[in-house]
Design a protein around this ligand. Structure first.
Ligand SMILES: [Zn+2]
Length: 417
């Protein structure tokens, strides 16, 4: 990540500067995580002495990064005058979730409040460096619609499908421009910190900050759209695995000698429980003469049938459609049962188009998961449909930027504080 006034380059800092930077970040991060706090509370949370907290807060106040909250922001009556909070207007964070059909843009202020939420036609997913021009044009439109100046933007986060190494900022399937990771190329071009994230880890960040996984230490975010993916929150952190590829849940084998998957293997979960699978199975069965209102009343030809048609059919009581969704849900439940046995989550969140549009899908998934996992591990696990819908990814990458701006660990605090 490139430096800004908030994050000077740590390798160029002297010892005193570094110590001050650690102190600033400890306070800013505490305010980001916990909201308005008194100086005494900040001392408790950060482990610093009250005089040090007081001095550091004075500097942050002068820089207008923190301000005194208005009365309504605090719950205590007769609050002491020493309460502080982040100044939301001090800067903004832009999260961009580039999907296959749409691109979602979310601007957060420094207090992580949503300033704007815009859905636009998708930026092409490719490895052609020319897409950066298009991205820049779109960013400028979104900022101008929101009335946010470019100079006030503290960072840009981009969530991508396909293979992504988030830690290195490298898009492998898309935004793979050859010479350097996309993060470096884009942060040079925009002269701002840029973060590149896999869409499922981005979704997990979004759910952890804003959604059902808030305050849950172990949660699984399963996305059921055209494909199938998994973001994991383990011990309170988004889990990447060694190289950042963790979560290829759609490609575990659930059907021996099953359908050939696009990944080259057979019988992957994605071949029986995804939008792609539901569409294919529906078309095959209808071509073979299955009877359904999708054909008799909605008058769709096999080529026109998609998951939306199946979901609509199910909502109208069409047995063919209900069965398709139930089968997919049971398979997905069986896959989730393996995850429950392995990881002992407290919560499973289902996101993506299908669970959102078909509430009964959740029941089949829950039943499948309960049936095939061990009772001590499944008796307390909760299931929920994501309340963030398709915003989770853009929210997630935007909030990642806030966490990263105020990061303390890379400054090696144990050596200085
Ligand atoms: Zn596969």
């Amino acid at each position: 990540m490139r430096h800004t006034s908030l994050t000077p380059r740590s390798d160029k800092m002297g010892k005193v500067d570094r110590k001050n930077q650690i102190r600033r970040n400890l306070i800013l991060r505490a305010l980001l995580d916990y909201g308005p706090k008194s100086l005494t509370d900040l001392a408790k949370i950060t482990g610093m002495t009250l005089p040090v907290v007081s001095r550091t807060v004075s500097v942050l106040r002068r820089e207008k990064l923190v301000i005194e909250p208005r009365e309504k922001d605090t719950v205590q009556a007769g609050r002491p005058p020493s309460m502080v909070k982040l100044n939301g207007k001090a800067g903004f964070l832009l999260g961009i979730d580039i999907g296959r059909l749409f691109t979602n843009f979310i601007i957060l202020d420094l207090e992580t409040r949503i300033v704007s939420d815009t859905r636009r036609k998708s930026i092409p997913l490719s490895n052609d460096i020319g897409i950066i021009d298009e991205l820049e044009k779109e960013i400028k439109v979104v900022l101008s619609l929101a009335g946010v100046e470019w100079s006030k933007l503290l960072g840009i986060g981009i969530s991508l499908p396909g293979m992504v190494k988030g830690k290195e900022g490298l898009g492998e399937t898309y935004f793979n421009f050859g010479d350097a990771p996309a993060r470096e190329i884009l942060s040079r071009r925009f002269d701002k910190p840029v973060h590149i994230e896999h869409d499922l880890e981005a979704m997990a960040f979004g759910e952890r900050w804003f959604g059902a996984a808030k305050d849950v230490k172990n949660a699984l975010c399963v996305n059921v759209g055209w494909g199938l993916g998994l973001g994991m929150i383990l011990d309170g952190k988004v889990f990447y695995g060694e190289e950042g590829y963790a979560g290829e849940f759609g490609h575990i084998q659930v059907v021996r000698n099953g359908e050939l998957c696009y990944c080259g293997k057979r019988g992957c979960l994605e071949t029986v429980a995804s939008g792609r699978a539901i569409t294919k199975i529906a078309r095959d069965r209808i071509t073979k003469g299955a009877s359904t209102i999708i054909v008799s009343e909605h008058k769709l030809t096999p080529d026109e049938i998609d998951t939306e048609a199946v979901v609509k059919g199910a909502a109208r009581g069409d047995e063919f459609s209900i069965e398709l969704l139930e089968d997919a849900g049971r398979y997905l439940g069986a896959g989730i049962a393996m995850l429950i046995n392995l990881l002992n989550p407290a919560l499973v969140i289902l996101g993506g188009g299908i669970p959102t549009a078909a509430p009964s899908f959740l029941e089949s998934v829950r039943a499948g998961a309960k049936k095939q996992s061990l009772v001590p591990l499944n008796r307390n696990v909760k299931f929920a449909v994501s309340s963030l819908g398709n915003k989770a990814g853009a929210l997630g990458v935007a909030v990642y930027l806030a966490e990263d701006l105020f990061d303390v660990q890379r400054l090696n605090p144990s050596a200085y504080v």
